[in-house]
Design a protein around this ligand. Sequence first.
Ligand code: UDX
Length: 442
Amino acid sequence: MKIAMIGTGYVGLVSGACFADFGHEVVCVDKDASKIDRLLRGEMPIYEPGLDVLVAGNVAVGRLSFTTDLTEACADADAVFIAVGTPSRRGDGHADLSYVYAAAEEVARSVGAYTVVVTKSTVPVGTGDEVERIVREARPELEIDVTSNPEFLREGSAIEDFKRPDRVVIGVQSERAREVMRLLYRPLFINETPILFTRRRTAELIKYAANAFLATKISFINEMADLCEKTGADVQDVARGIGLDRRIGSKFLHPGPGFGGSCFPKDTLALVRTAEQFGAPTRIVTAVMEVNDQRKLRMADRIIEACGGSVSGKAIALLGVTFKPETDDMRDSPSIDIVGRLKEAGATVVAYDPAGMDEARKISAFDGVKWAASSYEAMQDADAIAIVTEWNEFRALDLDRVKGLLKSPIVVDMRNVYTAKEMREAGFTYLSIGRETVGAAA
Ligand code: UDX
C-alpha cells in the first residue's frame, strides 16, 4: 500500500520507517527543508536506537523516501497519516491543534481517489470529527474516511514498540476504512497482535486514558516512596509486593524523580482540560500532575539535605539530564527543575549525559552549567553526585574510583541504581528513593 506520512518528528519518522519495513511504500513529508535534507543524507534528526539502520535499509530498497512536497506525496496515497506535533497551548494547557488542522487542509487539497486520512498525532476526543469536516468542506466530492490510530511508542524502544506492540488501537467510522487499516497492519495480524477496532472518539480517548493511567501508577509509587522513607519501609519491595498481583502488574512502578518527556506531562494536562470542557472532571489525573510537579522541584532538596543542608559554593555532579535513558529528549525532564533549584541555592553544577547535552544546552535553566566529557570528569572534586537518569553506564561505576575523585563521598541516587548494602560497604553517604539512607545523612 502507498502511505504518505505527514510530519517527520519522532512518531512520524519511526512509524514511516516501520511501515516501510512492513513492505509498504512510504513517503515521509515535512515542511522543514533542512530536516528533509538531513534525512536524504541519511542523518537522523533524533536519537533512537536502530532507527538509522532501519531508515537506510528501506531507503536502499526504494520503499522509503523523504520530501517537502505534500501534494505529490498524497496524490496517489491509499492512506495519509497526520503525525504532526500537538504541543500544549500556551496559557491554557489544551492541546494545540493548529498543525493538525493545517495538515488536514493541505491533505484536502492534495488527495485524489479514495483515501483514508489517519490521525496519529495525540489529539483530544472529537478532533477526528473536525478533521473530517475540514476535508469535506474543502472538497465535498472527495471519497475519504478519517480514522484515529494513536501511537504507544516509548522513546528508546520505539521500533520494538511499533513492530511488537501489546495492541494496536484503530478508531474507524466505516467498513471500507477498516479494511485499509487492516491491510496496513497485516504483518501484525499474522503475529497475532490484538488489534482493537473501536469508534473514532473512543480510540482518541484510549490514548489519553492509557498515558494518564501510566502516569498515575508512577505518581502513586512515588508517593509510596515518600511514605516508605518516613516509615522505614522499602519501596522496591512494596512495588514488587503489589506488582506481583496480576490485577496491578509490575510495570511502571519504578519510583524516581517524577515523569517527564514529550507525552505524560502534556497529555495528562490536555486530558484534564478536555474533561473540564465536557463537564466530567478527572480529579485523579489532576492530583497525579500536582504530585509530579512538586516532586521534580523537591528532588533538589534531597541533594541539599545530603550535603548537610546547604549547597552554597559546592559543586554537584549531575549524572544524566534526559528524562529517561536512550534518548536525547529533554522535554519536561526533571533535571530542568533540579538544576534550576541547585543554582538558586548557590551550587555549581557539572553535568554529564551520554546523549542529551546538546539539547540541554538550549534550555535556559542550564545556563552556567559546566559540561563534562564523562561521568568521572563530572565528579572530579565534586561535593556530591546525583544520578538523575538511569543510563546503563551509570549502573556500573567503579565505586573506589568515584570515592577517590569526590571531595566528599555523597551519592544521591534518584533511580535506585545501587543498593544500600554496596554503598555502605564502599563507604558512601547514600540517599536513594523510598529506601534506607546510608551514612552521615541517615
Ligand atoms: C510514553 C508512553 O510510555 C508511550 O506509550 C507514549 O506513546 C508516549 O509516552 P515515553 O515518554 O517515551 O513514552 O517514556 P516512558 O518510558 O513511558 O517514561 C515516561 C516517564 O516516566 C519518564 O520520565 C520515566 O523516567 C518515568 N517513569 C516511567 C518512571 O518514573 N517510573 C516508571 O516506572 C516508568
